[in-house]
Design a protein around this ligand. Sequence first.
Ligand code: MN
Length: 156
Amino acid sequence: MKPLAAVALSLALVVFGACAHAEGIQIAPAGSTPTLIGGVDNFSGQVAVDIKAAGDSGQHAGVGIVTFMPGARTAWHTHPVGQLLIVTDGRGWVQEDGQPRREIKAGDVVWIEAGVKHWHGAAKDSRMNHLAIAYMQGGRNADWKELVTDEQYNAR
Ligand code: MN
């Protein structure tokens, strides 16, 4: 298990495990959910991930608000069930392996099919924030591959 996923799983217990009311409706108060730095195995550049749901038992998806500084991006990866991205600010790129990269900007909603190798991140000259919802299967919601090289990132 990659460190980010392991940390996220343990943090879910911190976020929700300590709630006085373990059943019914659970509220994680504003500011109580952690921000993680995107690790060098899975991200290039400066990336922060606000974990909103870790996708452990009882949750069907991992949910995070991801902030990519200019030039920052994920590694190549796939999702076992698919991923929904909702761009909340800025402008960036998403690319499916073998296809041209595509611009995405605030308000865009992106669906990535299960098993499609891809990356997403900021444009070279703009920050990009997106809400990322990655559905769980077999205890995981992403399969990470190699980093996106500068040559790949800069290619149109
Ligand atoms: Mn993805």
